[in-house]
Design a protein around this ligand. Structure first.
Ligand SMILES: *Cc1c(COP(=O)(O)O)cnc(C)c1O
Length: 478
């Protein structure tokens, strides 16, 4: 074998060539009997590429990419904070990374899951947690299925759910998937839930409760939250908290204390796992005592004999993910929480709010701020009033030319031409000032040299796509 592998590199002509595969020999087994010779390959075409070319290929690709390790990533609602490298080290410890998911009795792994559930319980006030869901939206579905099963167990018919128009798009989608129909509530001029309309909606028949994000997608905290949850409870409903963006609440305010019964968190946002490339994520769901029996099974519980896995809970909604969820993400969150401690987490909350308000105050000097009030972790500008028909998309594309990532755009839908900015706590004052400077420059360009902005990005590897052409004549392959 060894000499044949060598041969591949010696040839070095940049083309693939045939290499002979040695016939497999296992003592006591006749390979020809298991795999008839006609299905066995004697030759294999192996690419013949020098190491340096491979290294250059991947380094060049990596330099075309952009991540929070390159610079600020103010993508609103996504909490693109710096992910400490210590998380990667713990997640890769062989005691964690080399275990098989069928090793249910691995006490170390089960302890991490158990302890993480406990810490999330402390952070949110919730009494029981499942770490199975693989993303925020998956957590929403889980929470809503719990709600459904709870009402079913009490023989109460509930088919509708209230979702304010300031909710994340996944909320109505998950509610629909769980079989609810949606009653949309329009936010008032402060971006808050109008209590009279909430009360009116709750009086309708069959309403299971409300799904709410607080702070909502405008980045504002609903000051009447205790009233909201009271109204829902008094009318026989449950309150679901979308805690994907828990950052500003850490150590300051707990969903349970606001009156919520079910919450999901996004470990990959608030608790620092790299995301944005499509996964893996983790969307744990926490519930109050009455709802614990409905959590997905198996549950991990602590007994005098150690931590065990319980799968005979009858009321459970069942399994919603294979094995234990995305364990690597759970280890990262566990490391992050332990590294910061309760004081550190509280500082995360405070600084994320401070950073967002710093940017808000400076940027509102040039850009329209439709909901003008102190924000939480993020805020939403708009393109209203920009000259020369410069719109949100142009601003976002021009930001790329300055070597930084764009904010979330055209979301939330309740703001026309929305530019949603979330700096997170891990940006320094220098980095925030640089972002403001870039936004000011683009504002000046929109006035003095609008074509520059409208044609942007001008210096990225790929220029602006022709959206009209792409829709009319899609090329779906290379
Ligand atoms: C990101 C986000 C979600 C969805 O989370 P995923 O992990 O992308 O499924 C839900 N709600 C809010 C408020 C979010 O910001």
């Amino acid at each position: 074998m060894a000499s044949k592998e060598l041969l591949i590199f010696e040839k070095g002509n940049g083309k693939s060539h045939k290499n002979f595969i040695p016939k497999m020999e296992i003592e006591g087994i006749d390979i020809d009997e298991i795999i008839p010779p006609i299905y066995q390959r004697a030759q294999l075409s192996i690419p013949d590429t020098p190491e340096i070319e491979i290294v250059r290929h991947y380094i060049n690709l990596s330099q075309k990419n952009y991540g929070v390790d390159n610079g600020i990533y103010p993508l609103g609602s996504c909490t693109m904070k710096y992910n400490p490298k210590i998380n990667e080290i713990t997640a890769r410890l062989s005691g964690f990374s080399q275990i098989h998911p069928l090793q249910e009795e691995n006490q170390g792994a089960m302890e991490v899951i158990y302890e993480t559930s406990k810490m999330l319980g402390e952070i949110t006030g919730m009494e029981g947690f499942t770490l199975q869901p693989a993303a925020g939206a998956h957590g929403e579905l889980t929470g809503l299925l719990i709600m459904k099963k709870y009402f079913k167990s009490r023989n109460v018919k509930k088919s509708k759910i209230i979702v304010p128009d300031s909710a994340h798009g996944t909320n109505p989608a998950s509610a629909k998937m769980a079989g609810f129909s949606i009653i949309e509530l329009q936010s008032d001029k402060n971006g808050e839930v109008p209590l009279d309309q909430l009360e009116y909606a709750m009086k309708e028949k069959d309403v299971a409760g409300i799904m709410l994000t607080n702070p909502n997608t405008l980045g504002v905290f609903d000051r009447q939250i205790k009233e909201i949850t009271r109204i829902v409870h008094e009318n026989g409903g449950l309150c679901y908290y979308d805690g994907a963006n828990l950052n500003p609440m850490l150590g300051i305010c707990r969903p349970k204390d606001m009156g919520f019964d079910i919450v999901h968190l996004n470990l990959h946002k608030t608790f620092s796992t790299p995301h944005g490339g499509g996964g893996p994520g983790s969307g744990p769901v926490g519930v109050v005592n009455d709802l614990i029996p409905f959590l997905p099974k198996p549950c991990i519980i602590k007994t005098s004999e150690g931590i065990i896995c319980k799968s005979n809970n009858e009321k459970s909604i069942g399994r919603i993910k294979a094995f234990w969820g995305n364990f690597g993400v759970i280890i990262r969150a566990y490391t992050y929480i332990l590294a910061l401690g309760s004081e550190g987490l509280e500082q995360v909350g405070q600084i994320s709010v401070l950073n967002a308000n710093y940017l808000r105050v400076l940027l509102q000097k040039k850009y329209d701020l439709p909901y003008n009030r102190i924000c939480q972790h993020e805020f939403v500008l708009s393109d209203k009033g920009l000259p020369n028909e410069v719109v949100t998309e142009d601003i976002a594309k021009r930001i790329l030319d300055y070597g930084i990532y764009a904010p979330t755009i055209y979301f939330p839908l309740i703001v026309n031409g929305a530019i949603m900015i979330e700096p997170t706590e891990t940006e320094s004052k220098n980095s925030l000032d640089n972002f403001v400077e870039v936004m000011y420059k683009i504002y000046e360009e929109a006035h003095g040299d609008p074509e520059l902005v409208k044609k942007a990005p001008n210096n990225t590897s790929i220029g602006r796509l022709d959206a009209v052409l792409a829709a009319r004549k899609p090329i779906l392959h290379d």
